[in-house]
Design a protein around this ligand. Structure first.
Ligand SMILES: [Zn+2]
Length: 269
């Protein structure tokens, strides 16, 4: 994966989720009402994000860093965050497109996406795997192919010419990311045993692994060709969300969006 231009960010966009941080392995740490366990989980993710930012700044003291807290009920402890220029909250399902469009606007547009703490898609057996809703969604399909949160957002970014260069999470989630973009830097901070169990690196080791992975990006190891998606559907595009009754909850109706503009279709999810 060495063809094409090296992608060295000048303004990084960090997309964070709570379920893929080392030490976060059970739903009770991630859901509303998690109490002290969720607070502890937020500290772990915040440490991983700080390690990524510190590594970026070590390589390039003038880099710009924007962070989007992508976990539905808040995955970051904002008081602990260090080194970011901007931080965005996730307040409702439409937050990502709104935040992402703001971040891509002139005069200071982002030029690379980093996923930190991301989980695998529903049905893969990954630790805390789900697709958007951990209780109501069976799968999301883009032109008939199942894609998870990573795929949806990385393809959305690619559709507006922003490459995804870095990913951290469990081994199953890393594999999912590298299947779509083999040349991104993927850092395994835990190995999935089951949906609610994983063999984790210590927090210290996870932070060190993330810092080392980010340094590889900053050294120019990621190239355009390596992060061009292996799955590029042709238009017109159709995105379907298939619900299911999980844990006895009554599913809401399935949703479907179609159109000729990929970013426009993906942003309606
Ligand atoms: Zn989450």
């Amino acid at each position: 994966m060495s063809e094409g231009a090296a992608l060295i960010p000048r303004h990084a966009f960090l997309l964070t989720d709570l379920e893929g941080a080392a030490g976060v392995t059970h739903w009770r740490q991630t859901r509303t009402g998690g109490g002290p366990e969720q607070e502890a989980a937020r500290k772990l993710l915040s440490g991983e994000v700080n390690a990524a930012i510190a590594s970026m700044r070590e390589a390039d003291p003038t880099i710009r860093v924007s962070v989007w807290d992508g976990h539905g009920t808040g995955g970051l402890d904002w008081a602990l965050l260090s080194g970011a220029d901007h931080v965005y909250r996730h307040d409702h399902p439409g937050s990502f497109p709104a935040v992402f469009e703001a971040a891509t606007r002139e005069p200071d547009p982002i030029d690379a996406v980093f996923f930190i703490g991301q989980h695998a898609m529903e049905g893969t057996g990954g630790n805390l795997a789900h697709t958007y809703s951990s209780t109501r969604v069976r799968e999301h399909l883009l032109n008939g192919v199942a894609i998870g949160e990573f795929g949806t957002r990385a393809l959305h970014a690619w559709a507006v010419n922003i490459p995804t260069v870095f990913f951290s999470g469990d081994d199953i989630a890393c594999r999912e990311a590298q299947e779509l973009m083999p040349g991104l830097v993927a850092v395994e901070v835990k190995r999935s045993i089951s949906v609610t169990e994983a063999e984790c690196l210590t927090h210290e080791a996870a932070c060190a692994a993330i810092a080392a992975g980010v340094a590889r990006v900053m050294n120019g190891e990621v190239h355009e060709e390596g992060v061009t998606p292996r799955f590029q559907p042709d238009g017109p595009f159709e995105y379907r969300e298939i619900k299911r009754a999980k844990w006895g909850l009554v599913p809401r109706p399935n949703r479907r969006h179609t159109g000729d503009d990929l970013a426009d279709v993906l942003k309606r999810i």
